[in-house]
Design a protein around this ligand. Structure first.
Ligand code: GLN
Length: 195
């Protein structure tokens, strides 16, 4: 059984625990470098990316996270977690850093005020059985991707799900829907990496 950690500094940790368990993973909380070392893979939850970044630095996790991602650990980030996995933020707050790993530039809170939160059905490449209900909450979009990053879903002309090798990121929150197919896709990626 793949051991998937959830970065548990801030954000919707509990919802990812439930979705990952349903998708067949053994799930644990990651707050310390030793807990990261014990996990085969990591989920970075939705929440607030500036706070998550500052806490990761304060907890001594930022460098270990970069090292593991660089070394090929599978990782999945939703919303704020997507921002954490982006190589570059278009409009970072002061002191905000990312783990990086996905060759993309993201724009925070990109969908604008009147549309800050909304739902839309999305076709996601690699997810069978019909559209996924995309729950967007003050979500980022992907401004541009490098050659190695593949858009798996597009909304309004912007990628909202991206994969690069063992890294996966979504602007939306499948952990809030009870539909575990995106988490199952990630757990399959983890299984492939462990083979
Ligand atoms: N707007 C948040 C950020 O910049 C992300 C929101 C979310 O994760 N739902 O981190």
């Amino acid at each position: 059984t793949p051991k998937v950690g959830v970065l548990a500094l801030q954000g919707d940790v509990r919802e990812h625990f439930a979705a990952l368990s349903a998708a067949g993973a053994e799930v644990s909380a990651v707050r310390r470098p030793e807990e990261l070392a014990d996990a085969d893979a990591l989920v970075l939850p939705g929440g607030e990316s500036t706070t998550m970044s500052k806490l990761a630095i304060a907890f001594g996790l930022m460098e270990p996270l970069r090292e593991r991602v660089h070394a090929g650990m599978p990782a999945y980030g939703s919303c704020a977690g997507m921002i954490m996995l982006a190589d570059k933020i278009l409009d970072p707050r002061s002191g905000q850093e990312t783990v990086g790993g996905i060759d993309m530039i993201v724009r925070r809170n990109a969908f604008g005020r009147q549309n800050e939160s909304f739902e839309a059905p999305l076709e996601v490449r690699g997810v069978e059985g019909g559209p996924v209900e995309g729950v967007f909450i003050r979500a980022p979009w992907v401004e541009s991707t490098g050659a190695r990053a593949e858009a798996l879903a597009v909304y309004d002309g912007h990628p909202v799900a991206v994969r690069q090798g063992r890294l996966l990121a979504t602007s939306f929150h499948p952990e809030l829907t009870g539909d575990h197919r995106v988490h199952a896709l990630f757990v399959d990626m983890v299984r492939d990496a462990l083979d």
